[in-house]
Write a protein that binds this ligand. Structure first.
Ligand SMILES: [Zn+2]
Ligand SMILES: [Zn+2]
Length: 164
């Protein structure tokens, strides 16, 4: 009995020893790529609208939105077909994006929604998210905002209701 158990253990160790390096070799390049992408995504300016700027449809109308980063700007499309239209005329699209950002509901708070700090001498970091303008005390706060946009959007919503 003991002998069999030991053999089983040996087989298990052997499987682990063979299995682990193979897994790592496969995963390593992918992990590095996604880390790079994650960093790029964390720094990109958020997409300002809740709609696809090509089709005018809700971003979730075709399931998961198609997300990409173009020149430091996050772009969201309802589907891949709309990405094709974007590629045909990027200038016109970026103009639409600017307009969407300008049309956003003004930010209602006098402090950064992430840090809670009042805006100081430095220019706040301004963008729009789902039609709502957001001001942060610095670009560092953007990383926190992106971790849980719903949480901060709720705070902004509460603040704008309190103002009315
Ligand atoms: Zn689409
Ligand atoms: Zn900040």
């Amino acid at each position: 009995m003991k002998m069999i158990k030991r053999l089983n253990l040996l087989a298990l160790f052997a499987a682990l020893a063979i299995g682990t390096p193979t897994l790592r070799a496969d995963d390593a390049p992918k992990a590095t790529d996604s880390q790079k992408d994650a960093k790029k995504d964390a720094e990109a300016k958020p997409f300002p609208a809740a709609k696809c700027l090509i089709s005018g449809e809700s971003l979730t109308s075709m399931g998961k939105p198609y997300v990409m980063v173009y020149e430091g700007q996050e772009l969201k499309f309802c589907c891949k077909d709309c990405v094709k239209d974007f590629s045909k005329d990027k200038t016109a699209y970026m103009k639409k994006l600017e307009e969407a950002e300008a049309k956003a509901t003004p930010y209602p708070m006098k402090k950064c929604v992430v840090s809670g700090e009042a805006f100081g001498q430095e220019k706040p970091y301004v963008f729009a998210y789902e039609g709502q303008q957001v001001k942060l005390c610095c670009k560092d706060c953007l990383k926190d905002f992106k971790k849980d946009p719903a949480k901060y959007m709720k705070k902004i919503e509460v603040a704008s209701k309190a103002e009315k």
